[in-house]
Write a protein that binds this ligand. Structure first.
Ligand code: S3P
Length: 441
């Protein structure tokens, strides 16, 4: 889990990004590969698995529930599935560290087991809203206790009597959608989820890959409980959310030309490409292919002059994790960028609207937080010291901002970069970012 030491990033101004890079595996798909591989019958081999703290938290949780899992070894994981009813009670609470995806998906998957289990997390995760999963799970018949305020730890009671239901998501959230669908595997009859806007559909695709029938009709997705999952092999593409830092960095830094290899471009995740293109970025998506049911491509990005835009609200759920980096692009653009309809950003690993507005202000950029978004005037990024508040994506976004800064940028509280992007400083440094890190015990 996240370390108690404070890793700081120090980034010298200027430079450009060049070369061909492969960023680590997709976090969302890595989590799901462990979950479904564990519940499957047979042996699932995963390649390209993200060896970050978040997906390792999921892997360790399943080991603690009796699943034999070999690896990860250079991205290879071999899962000896125990079948849908083969998990065993862990001997202590499952600590999921910083990982919201682990906690929200596991709450659904574990709601229908024959044993009690407690899910806990670090201070960030323990402050994040869990009612969004415990409320629908209560409707399906699960018994879950939360801390006051509806937060973790979650105590999930043994329960073998859940009834399928039709749930209308109040917010666009793939974690909540997935939670309900995973609970639906253990419910009687049909479980349906209707979403207000499309969100990442990795759970649905992977369930199909494991041979589980899914019915999709418009905004609704349904499955019938009681079926079984059959092991399959999974090749995890590179994470478009991690590739984003290089897309933004190469766009804003003069003289850049970067190719990102084997990146997942699932249409429920490609908002960052659409938004950066609308701002004027030169992004070429080529060599498109399908790998294990997920669309994948190589992406070439060259430096471009950007202009501020009103960000189309329909792109918000499709780029939800990419906004900290998009805000850095907006700070380098000519004119005003306005984001609305993105209140979900306030309940991520940090309040990403406020933390980014504060950091951009420190670096001399006019950025105003609003209740559901931000208004950023493009300008000159100055050097300074900013705090990531332990949020991996904030830390990496401000690191890329140095490519256009007039002075050094120092970033505090960066240890959690390891939750999603182990090796970030090495890969970014090799591509041309003038980054170093230090550690206070
Ligand atoms: C994720 C869904 C998104 C995203 C998170 C990963 C997933 O969260 O922000 O990083 O893997 O399902 P929400 O469902 O809260 O939007």
């Amino acid at each position: 889990m996240s370390t108690s030491s404070n890793i700081k990033f120090h980034v010298k101004p200027g430079g450009s990004l060049t070369g061909s890079l492969r960023v680590p595996g997709d976090k969302s798909i890595s989590h799901r590969s462990i979950m479904l591989g564990s519940l499957a019958e047979g042996v699932t081999e995963v390649t390209g698995f993200l060896e970050g703290e978040d997906s390792l938290a999921t892997l360790n949780a399943f080991r603690r529930m009796g699943v034999e899992i070999a690896g990860p070894d250079a991205g290879k994981v071999v899962i000896h599935g125990v079948g849908k009813h083969g998990l065993k009670a862990p001997d202590a609470p499952l600590d999921l560290g910083n990982s919201g995806t682990s906690m929200r998906l596991l709450s659904g998957l574990l709601a229908g087991q024959g044993f009690e289990v407690t899910l806990s997390g670090d201070s960030s995760l323990s402050g994040r809203p869990m009612k969004r999963v415990t409320e629908p799970l209560a409707q399906i018949g699960a018994k879950i206790d939360t801390a006051e305020g509806g937060t973790a730890p979650l105590v999930i009671h043994a329960n073998r009597s859940m009834q399928g239901m039709d749930y209308k998501l109040p917010m666009a959230s793939a974690q909540v959608k997935s939670c309900v669908l995973l609970a639906g595997l253990y419910a009687t009859g049909e479980t349906c989820v209707t979403e207000p806007a499309p969100t990442r559909d990795h759970t649905e695709r992977m369930l199909e890959g494991f041979g589980y029938a899914i019915r999709r009709e418009g905004a609704q997705v349904c499955l019938t409980g009681g079926g079984k999952l059959s092991a399959c092999n999974i090749d995890v593409p590179s994470d478009i959310s991690s590739a984003t830092f290089f897309m933004v960095g190469a766009t804003i830094a003069e003289g850049s030309d970067v190719t990102l290899e084997h990146v997942g471009i699932n249409p429920t995740r490609d908002g960052v490409i659409n938004i950066l293109r609308l701002m004027g970025a030169q992004i070429e998506v080529f060599n498109e292919r399908t790998v294990g049911g997920e669309p994948v491509a190589d992406i070439r990005v060259r430096s471009s002059r950007l202009k501020g835009i009103p960000i189309p609200e329909d792109q918000v759920p499709l780029a939800i994790d990419e906004f900290p980096a998009i805000f850095v692009a907006a700070a380098c653009a000519e004119g005003e960028t306005i984001l609305t309809g993105a209140e979900e950003l306030r309940v991520k690993e940090s309040d990403r609207i406020q933390v980014m507005a504060d950091g951009l202000n420190t670096l001399g950029i006019d950025a105003k937080a609003t209740s559901d978004g931000i208004v950023i005037q493009g300008g000159t990024i100055q050097g300074g010291r900013v705090d990531s508040h332990g949020d991996h994506r904030i830390a990496m976004s401000f690191a890329m901002a140095a490519l256009r800064a007039t002075g050094d940028i120092h970033i505090d509280d960066c240890a959690n970069v390891n939750t999603s992007f182990p090796g970030f400083t090495g890969l970014a440094g090799g591509a041309g970012l003038r980054i170093s890190s230090s550690e206070d015990a």
